[in-house]
Design a protein around this ligand. Sequence first.
Ligand code: KG4
Ligand code: ZN
Length: 332
Amino acid sequence: MHLLAIESSCDDTSAAVLRDGEILSNCIANQTAHAEYGGVVPEVASRAHQMNIIPVVDLALKKAGVQKEDLDAIAFTRGPGLLGSLLVGVSFTKAFAMSLDIPMIEVNHMNAHVLAHFAEDPKPAFPFLCLTVSGGHTQIVLVRDYLDMEVIGTTIDDAAGEAFDKTGKILGLPYPAGPHIDRLAKEGQPVFPFTEPRIEGLDFSFSGLKTSILYYLQKRVKENPDFVKENMADICASVQSRIISILLNKLVKAAEQTGIKEIAIAGGVSANSGLRRALQEKGKELGWNTYIPAFQYCTDNAGMIAVAGYRKYLAGEFVGQDVTAEARLKMT
Ligand code: KG4
Ligand code: ZN
């Protein structure tokens, strides 16, 4: 069984080919045009998707050694994401499926981040908890089965990735700032006192952290205009360590409440080396089995859409030509 998968929810155009559950290729065209604007510009993103989608699909098929006539189905990201970006993937999928006379499978991008864990070994056992942390979402997901998930904690304001990116903007780092903060934090110590918000239950809040960093730095820059430059590594280490402690404290709470010890992380922020290390240490301390995807399956990629699409294919869940992109698609 051959499946083509398409991901175009934000600023990466990606295509993957899967054979009987195994990923044969996972190709990504990154968009660099957004860096100069300090964030993703939706109009620029959708135009770049239009230019990239056919070459990326061609490359994915070529790398997999699969002809388009061999495909049995095509899976695509229906949402959540930027509407203009999603539309490119959805329109391409409809045309491709119609011309090849094969069925279409809609995939929820957030479900797919969770199912990225089934791209390679080791795979978590059900039920497990997945902390999904990306540029747009921060969720603790209770995963009962491939297609049975429930969000039990979520952010009430910014996402964890946004906390990295917005802090990076304050510090003058390029967008997206997460990987830069990760790199700089390795050379610093978490010596600055950025506060942890008090939020009840399993929900998260990151907007207070951003404000606390901004005010703290404004005060110190008044005393010393070079404060940020001179303390960049320590500031990054402090920000990163606080974001990690906010995430892990809630994850510990969720594990206690549910009694689950199979614990996974997913999404772009799960590429963060400090978070990966902290999760492993916490897992050792609390007797968890921890699961961290390979880097290529952390940030947006069509491989994860292929894994999710394959599960829906096996369950016989297809959609018709009347399907539409859904920017605010809820997790099912
Ligand atoms: O999952 P993703 O690729 O796209 C969305 O669906 O949002 O996540 C992108 C986010 C960005 O906020 C980026 O700064 C963050 O993931 N990110 C990181 C790292 N790599 C990517 N954050 C912290 N450390 C990293 N190494
Ligand atoms: Zn994502």
